[in-house]
Design a protein around this ligand. Structure first.
Ligand code: NI
Length: 230
């Protein structure tokens, strides 16, 4: 049994069945809807995973690397920035299409269509290809789509995803209509909407998204601080 705790925007904490603590896309300090700050992770953070380099996905990643020394799992370019500029050596670089068996489970990087800037002090010159993350944890397959448009490649994930975290905010990523089409392509059992309501620009009604998607998949709406058990 594992726990997935949503912290607003795309920030997702996962505690696996063997009590490994993962954090995806930490955006806490400047996130108007985050329920916790970085101190929440100061007692322990085992792995920090990043889908891409935009500010609203990495803003608290760089300080957390020095504060708690987790293993960074990210694209080769983001890991290069962390190692060369920030001096954080504990990292595992990956790239699109590649998977690796970590002690806590398997991580595969999947395609996403989005911007490639890496935000951070001294990050000029570092760009990356945004990714989604497909996690196999205790036999439960969790797909965190990161920031992305609807792409035909998502059809390749059919049969591989139990729980899909999909952006629905529109403007910078898929909106509800395209996210519902993504559900039809991926066919997960459960969908958790992310990347919405952080600012008015990406305001959405998750209940309208639920009405659009169910009963083809169960939509679980998590408020920041809510936990989904898998
Ligand atoms: Ni982004």
């Amino acid at each position: 049994m594992g726990q997935l705790i949503f912290h607003g925007q795309s920030c997702t904490e996962i505690v696996t069945g063997d009590d490994t603590r993962l954090l995806i896309d930490p955006f806490l300090t400047d996130n108007p809807i985050a329920d916790v700050g970085r101190e929440h992770f100061h007692d322990r953070l085992d792995y920090l995973l990043l889908t891409h380099g935009h500010y609203d996905h990495v803003a608290d990643a760089w300080p957390l690397l020095s504060e708690v020394n987790p293993t960074l799992i990210a694209s080769f370019e983001i890991v290069s920035y962390a190692q060369e500029v920030l001096g954080h050596e504990k990292a595992h670089p990956m790239h699109i299409g590649g998977g690796f068996d970590f002690p806590f489970g398997r991580v595969k990087m999947t395609p996403a269509l989005h911007g490639g800037q890496v935000a951070g002090e001294g990050a000029e010159g570092y760009t990356t290809v945004p990714a989604g993350l497909l996690l196999d944890l205790d036999g439960c397959n969790i797909y965190h789509a990161g920031d992305t448009a609807l792409i035909a490649d998502m059809a390749l994930l059919e049969g591989q995803v139990d729980v899909a975290l999909l952006p629905i905010g529109d403007n910078f990523t898929m909106g509800p209509e395209d996210a519902a089409r993504a559900v039809d392509m991926i066919k997960p059992r459960v969908v958790i909407p992310i990347h919405y309501d952080t600012w008015p620009l990406i305001g959405q009604d998750p209940e309208a998204f639920r009405a659009r998607v169910e009963p083809r998949a169960e939509v679980v709406v998590l408020q920041p601080g809510d936990t989904y058990e898998f």
